[in-house]
Design a binder for this molecule. Structure first.
Ligand code: C2E
Ligand code: CA
Ligand code: CA
Length: 691
């Protein structure tokens, strides 16, 4: 990518002749391969390698050099840059100290430190090495304007006008010296006032051979540098070029616009562009392009649990791992959030794509060490699509990868799926709801309605069940049936549930005491994934304390049909919630199969809620009536109270009273209503009177 003029000259080449050639051509045949291999190993491990070896002169003779090699981490492309500095070994004994140990400057570059820091260090060393000199660096843009200066010893404006003067003189492209006496009156006077007698100027030449600025030594009495000083300044000016080149990758506005701030990966705009280009190149050989959409599972929860700083660390690490997972010529970009797009070229077919997807999943799954010393594990789901010919747009391809990703998520997290025509319609719709729901949770689109629970024997209201609604823009008020299932499958339910819980507690503060002094019990529904979440109890305690609500006012409903695989965690969680004083109900009772066993395990519950499918048949279906009365007997024997759900008629209510059922909930008493209406119902002495 870059060969200094001096190296070309040392090896008997024209400047530029070596550009673009394999660096291997530089080495003489007598340089042992084993030595080069050893160097490669040191460099790959991130260290600087300094060795003596022979370079090949164009005449065939060998030039002994001291060489230092270093890999500079690339911040954009994933491939490191290699920097090699060769010093004519014959010069070494005479070379200045600065030249001999600028290795740490290279290290600073390799760490991608601010180039300005490197420059300041570099100017200090020049000033140490050349008595009477002060050293300045001026960075010049394509129009010859001074963009920045570095100097440890002079005023910036003086340096800037000096650089401008040299550029205007037309002598900026070659090493030049200027006597202050020969300069314009004003600048000359100014420089003299600062003790400068002469300026030794060295061009900083970039990879494109464009002059990027000047390295200037301003000397107090000598007109010309000594040859070894000159050599040192030339070397250092090429170091400045490398530093600028390297830093421009980071600070270039074009780079910033096209790269993600956090991971420095290509952003959506750039990766889409790369995708278009890759599609356009298809068809030249028989290979295909794979687009892999990588989505971190449950990243929201991780962010929620560990804070966004830790979440950011995870994203950065995942970005690195993805880059390490792919081959030269492949591209990794971040589409946003926890989604990455990986473009792999030269894929032979599904087998290639599948091994790439599996490699990505495996690499992501390795534990991630965070800066606070803790470790987290992430998993990813991957949607893959293969493209074999030009003609499709990037957005179509990304859509297909999204469809495949949804299919992968449907099939369970941590897996991958390949796009198939038939899949498309269904999964795309799902994905859209998911994204909208994600936004809804953060943006006030959710709300709670409350449905009263009534004591059958007295008709008075004891509390209410909180039921979530989604006021989705353009879709009206959606019932939970339209989104709860998706929330559960995608894991969004944990965040949604936490919102419901907090909102219910926030509302609880507004509920007055009843006329007889009682406090209401408001219950919220818990999904299986919430129960499996080890942070649930902390979340509950957080909401209770934040809103100053006694735990006795909060109830939880868990459904009997809930996934049994995490049953131990669930039981432990419920026990802790019960210990706080919260009420626990078994929801939709009577429809699961492991009923009795389940009841035994969930013996910490206070209440069972009889599913409304049994209640609706009460009095009409003998079977339903039998189930209800058997359930009531069972519950009583376990010391549980019973709520009948879905009570719609006075007849049902009357039968429940006869059977000795404790509580009722249903349209007969009230539909789920907004908070203020629920509170109004709460203040009444009773909602119903038995005939
Ligand atoms: P669920 O827990 O069994 O809630 C009772 C459902 O029965 C509510 O439907 C309620 O409107 C309805 N209902 C009440 N009385 C009657 C009646 O007399 N007749 C009829 N036909 N229906 C009645 P909703 O609000 O649509 O909720 C449906 C389900 O969504 C809930 O069933 C619950 O499983 C779930 N859900 C609601 N809110 C949440 C929530 O915040 N978190 C979770 N995880 N699930 C929720
Ligand atoms: Ca419920
Ligand atoms: Ca229920």
């Amino acid at each position: 990518m870059y060969v200094s003029e001096r190296l070309a000259a040392m090896l008997g080449h024209q400047p530029g002749e070596l550009l673009g050639r394999n660096p291997g051509v530089l080495f003489s045949d007598r340089t042992p391969m084993a030595q080069l291999d050893a160097v490669a190993e040191v460099v790959e491990s991130g260290q600087q390698a300094v060795v003596r070896l022979g370079l090949r002169h164009s005449t065939g003779s060998e030039v002994p050099v001291e060489a230092s090699f270093l890999a500079l981490p690339s911040l954009s492309s994933g491939d490191p840059w290699y920097l090699a500095l060769y010093r004519d070994a014959a010069d070494v004994p005479r070379a200045e100290k600065v030249l001999a140990d600028h290795g740490d400057l290279l290290d600073a570059l390799a760490r991608a430190d601010d180039p300005h820091d490197v420059f300041i260090e570099l100017t200090d060393r020049v000033e140490d090495a050349i008595r009477g000199a002060s050293c300045w660096i001026g960075v010049v843009n394509a129009y010859g304007e001074v963009d920045a200066v570095s100097t440890s010893s002079q005023r910036d404006d003086l340096v800037a006008s000096t650089v401008e003067m040299i550029v205007a003189s037309g002598r900026a492209a070659t090493p030049s010296t200027f006597r202050v006496d020969d300069l314009s009156f004003e600048l000359g006077m100014e420089l003299r006032a600062h003790g400068v007698h002469a300026l030794w100027s060295f061009p900083v030449v970039g990879r494109d051979r464009r002059s990027q600025g000047l390295l200037i030594a301003a000397h107090s009495d000598r007109d010309f540098p000594h040859p070894s000083e000159r050599q040192m300044l030339e070397h250092l000016s090429s170091l400045v070029a490398v530093a600028l080149e390297h830093s421009s990758v980071v600070s270039d506005p074009a780079h910033q616009i096209l790269h993600d701030d956090l991971t420095d990966l290509p952003n959506r705009a750039l990766i889409t562009d790369r995708l278009e280009q890759a599609i356009a190149r298809l068809g030249r050989d028989n290979t295909r392009l794979a687009a892999l959409l990588v989505d971190l599972d449950r990243f929201r929860q991780l962010n929620h649990r560990r804070g966004t700083d830790m979440g950011d660390e995870v994203l950065v690490e995942i970005g690195k791992r993805l880059r390490r997972s792919v081959r030269l010529g492949d591209t990794v970009g971040r589409l946003g959030g926890d989604q990455f797009l990986v473009l792999c070229v030269a894929m032979n077919g599904e087998a290639d794509a599948s091994s790439m997807a599996q490699r990505i999943i495996a690499n992501v799954a390795e534990p991630i060490e965070l800066s606070d010393g803790t470790t987290v594990s992430a998993t990813a789901s991957v949607g893959v699509t293969l493209v074999d010919r030009p003609g499709q747009t990037a957005s179509v391809i990304i859509n297909r990868a999204e469809s495949a990703l949804s299919a992968a998520l449907d099939a369970g997290r941590g897996g991958w799926a390949l796009y198939e025509e038939g899949l498309r319609q269904r999964v795309v719709i799902r994905h859209e709801v998911e994204q909208a729901l994600q936004i809804a949770i953060d943006s006030d689109e959710l709300l709670l309605h409350y449905q009263p629970l009534v004591e059958i024997s007295t008709g008075r209201m004891l509390g209410a069940e909180a039921l979530v609604r989604w006021n989705r823009p353009g879709h009206g008020l959606l019932p939970p049936g339209a989104f709860i299932e998706i929330a559960e499958e995608t894991g969004l339910i944990v965040a949604l549930g936490a919102w419901v819980l907090d909102e219910a507690c926030r509302h609880l503060r507004n509920w007055p005491r009843a006329a007889d002094g009682r406090l209401p019990v408001v219950s919220v529904n818990l999904a299986a994934k919430q129960l499996a979440d080890e942070n649930l109890v902390d979340t509950v305690i957080g909401s209770l304390t934040r809103h100053g609500v006694p735990a006795e006012c909060l109830g939880f409903e868990v459904t009997e049909s809930m996934a049994i695989d995490k049953v131990d965690t669930a039981i432990e969680t419920l026990r802790r919630l019960g210990a706080l004083g919260c009420k626990l109900s078994i929801d939709d009772f009577g429809i699961g199969y492991a009923t009795l066993d389940y009841l035994r395990r969930f013996s910490m519950a206070d209440t069972i809620k009889l599913d409304r499918s049994f209640v609706s048949g009460l009095g009409e279906s003998r079977e339903d009536t039998a189930i209800v009365s058997a359930s009531l007997a069972l519950a009583r024997s376990l010391g549980l109270s019973v709520v009948a759900e879905g009570v719609e008629t006075r007849a049902q209510y009357g039968t429940l009273a006869d059977l000795g059922c404790d509580l009722a909930q249903g349209y007969l008493l009230s539909r789920p209503v907004p908070l203020d209406e629920a509170i109004e119902l709460w203040t009444r002495t009773h909602l119903i009177i038995l005939d």
